[in-house]
Each structure stands twice: as structure tokens, then as C-alpha cells.
Design a protein around this ligand. Structure first.
Ligand code: NDP
Ligand code: OXD
Length: 313
């Protein structure tokens, strides 16, 4: 880098505390939105996840926008998002591994009927029984066979599950049957005993986990939403479980976060709720990503993982 680029950080206070010091120590001129005084035109780069509306547009000399998360829907929520600048997405092995751990954990808790055994233990009851379904006969369908979906598919395949994936374009992945596009969605759903949502939230995918989708899943299917709350119509999920069509769900993301205390999801006996913790961007990896991305752009090169603004991911 020839001169010190100026980075504006607009993330949660906990993340600011974790990344601002090391980024300064690494040679960036770091300013924190809401803490430091700055002139908008002095900012070269912005790092955020859910930027305040209009903030990015106000930074007239911005060279690029960096997302501290894998999902970039928080940027598209800003109707004034500048569309002439590169928006770079955080793609990280640690993040993908942690997401895969979460997905594997929820698939296994369901497949091995662990919640039933937890209940039996509370009643001091010896509930020994065979697995209700052989592992190779359990078909896990992943909506969104991207960076994270692929890692999940590999881990689940290694455990013996039968894997399918649905994406916009057809994939060639060993041991994973690929379905692509809306015309193949129904066939994919019909073969998903466990449905895992790992799609980006875009106008095309918003509300995709709805009553019509659930009706196309096999009876007793289980749903795992680890992508965004906007993918799921929560009332439709509860209705599909209460009708006996779905066997349950594990949810890490919600229409409103934090999930309001009044939400019926909290107390539903067949729904597991976690507070958007499937994977939280690792600050150390985030720091490396910021330094690497800025260095690449300062050299006049193009970084990987630039968001296609027309697709929204
Ligand atoms: P990617 O962009 O790498 O993958 C997205 C996948 O979705 C691709 O396979 C893409 O298809 C597919 N897709 C997108 N739109 C459509 C569509 N309209 N129809 C069919 N397929 C579609 O994303 P990541 O794997 O990196 O991340 C996925 C999501 O996970 C993030 O957007 C975020 O919301 C969520 N996430 C949640 C976290 C949590 O803690 N709960 C943490 C991290 C991420 P194609 O390959 O053909 O382009
Ligand atoms: C992300 C997230 O998108 O944390 O990275 O949800």
C-alpha cells in the first residue's frame, strides 16, 4: 500500500472492540461510525454487516464495501446502497466449518432421536429402540449448494446420509445429486427427509420455506433453517408441524431478531431455537480478510467473492 487507507467500521460494539485495534496496528487508519468524528470524503473503505441506512451513500470517495458476514442481505436492506462499488463478501473456512458443525449436529439430533432420549432420561425410562430409519435411507436436501452448503454436504455424506442439493446452476459434486432452478425444486423437495436452508436472502428466495413448500416434502420431514429468518413463514411452519406433516424443525434465524419473548416458536415442543449462533464471524479471520481485500484493491487487482448486485448474492 502506498498511503494509509482509511477504513470506516460500522458493526456491533463487540465486533468493533475485537477488530478495530488489530486493524489499526496493521497500518490502517481506522474510524468507528458512531464513535469517531470523520469527514465522509476521507473514507476509502467501509466494513459493515447491517449498515445504517444511507451511510454508505454518504461516503463520496469510497472504493469498496466489505461485508463482515457471509450473507449480504443487510446491505440490500439499505435502499440507498451504492451500486457502482464492489461489495465484497466474507467467505471463510472457519465460518463454513462452524456452520457445518451446526447443521450436522441438528441432523444427527433429529436422526438419532436424541430429544426423545432426553425426555426418557428425565422420566428415568430405558427407551432402547432401533434407529427409525437407516442412515443411507435418510435423504438430506440442502437448499443452496454454495460455499457453506458444499461443506455441509461433504460432512453429512461422510456420515452416510444420502445428499441432494438445490441451486441456481447445476453442480457436479461427488455423492451429491444436484437439482437446479425452479423447475427442479419440486422433485428436490419430494426427496428431502431433512431440508436444510442455506440460501442467501434475495427477492427470489424470500419466504421460500412456506406452506406450499412444506406440503411437497415427504411426511415427517424435518426442517433446519440456518440461513435467514426472511426465508421462513413461521406460522406456516408451526401449522405444518401441528398438522403432523412435518416432524419438527431447528431454527437459528428468525423474521425478527432477537426473537420476541412472545413468539410461539420458543415453547413449541418440536422446534429447537438457537439465537443466530450457527457461526459468528471469527474476528481474527475477519481482520485477515479486511487486510487482504484492501491490499488487493490498493494494488489495482480484483478481490474474490464480489457480490453480483443483479442476483443479490
Ligand atoms: P453462497 O453465495 O456461496 O451460496 C448460495 C447458494 O444459493 C448457491 O449455491 C446459489 O446457487 C444458491 N441460490 C441463490 N439464489 C438461488 C435461487 N434463486 N434459486 C436456487 N438457488 C439459489 O452463500 P454461502 O454458502 O456463503 O452462505 C449462504 C447463506 O448462509 C448466507 O447468505 C447467510 O444468509 C447464511 N449464513 C448464516 C449464518 C448463521 O449464523 N446462521 C452464518 C453464515 C451464513 P448458484 O451456486 O447456482 O449460484
Ligand atoms: C453471516 C451471519 O451471514 O453471521 O455471516 O449470519
Amino acid at each position: 500500500m502506498t498511503s494509509r487507507p482509511t477504513l470506516l467500521i460500522a458493526v456491533t460494539p463487540a465486533l468493533v472492540n475485537a477488530v478495530a485495534g488489530p486493524l489499526r496496528a496493521a497500518g490502517l487508519n481506522v474510524l468507528v461510525h458512531g464513535q469517531d468524528a470523520y469527514a465522509p470524503e476521507q473514507i476509502d473503505y467501509a466494513l459493515s454487516f447491517r449498515p445504517p441506512r444511507g451511510l454508505l451513500k454518504s461516503l463520496g470517495n469510497l472504493k469498496a464495501i466489505l461485508s463482515l458476514g457471509a450473507g449480504v442481505d443487510g446491505f440490500f436492506a439499505d435502499p440507498e446502497l451504492p451500486t457502482h462499488l464492489p461489495l465484497v463478501r466474507f467467505v471463510d473456512d472457519t465460518l463454513s466449518q462452524e456452520m457445518a458443525q451446526y447443521v450436522v449436529m441438528q441432523v444427527l439430533l433429529h436422526h438419532r432421536e436424541q430429544r426423545m432420549y432426553d425426555g426418557a432420561q428425565r422420566e428415568h425410562r430405558w427407551a432402547q429402540q432401533l434407529l427409525p430409519r437407516r442412515t443411507e435411507d435418510t435423504r438430506v436436501g440442502i437448499l443452496g449448494l454454495g460455499e457453506i452448503g458444499m461443506v455441509c454436504a461433504r460432512h453429512l455424506r461422510a456420515l452416510g446420509f444420502t445428499l441432494t442439493g438445490w441451486s441456481r446452476s447445476t453442480k457436479t459434486v461427488d455423492g451429491v445429486k444436484s437439482f437446479a432452478g425452479t423447475e427442479q425444486l419440486d422433485a428436490f423437495l419430494a426427496q428431502s427427509d431433512v431440508l436444510v436452508c442455506l440460501l442467501p436472502l434475495t427477492p427470489d428466495t424470500r419466504g421460500i420455506l412456506n406452506a406450499v413448500t412444506f406440503a411437497k416434502l415427504p411426511k415427517n420431514a424435518f426442517v433446519i433453517n440456518v440461513a435467514r429468518g426472511g426465508h421462513l413463514i413461521e406460522d406456516d411452519l408451526i401449522a405444518a408441524i401441528d398438522s403432523g406433516h412435518l416432524s419438527g424443525a431447528a431454527l437459528d434465524v428468525f423474521q425478527t431478531e432477537p426473537l420476541p419473548a412472545s413468539s410461539p416458536l420458543w415453547a413449541h415442543p418440536k422446534i429447537t431455537v438457537t439465537p443466530h449462533i450457527a457461526a459468528i464471524s471469527d474476528p481474527a479471520a475477519g481482520i485477515q480478510y479486511v487486510l487482504r481485500t484492501i491490499a488487493i484493491i490498493e494494488r489495482g487487482e480484483t478481490p474474490d467473492h464480489i457480490v453480483d448486485l443483479s442476483r443479490g448474492y
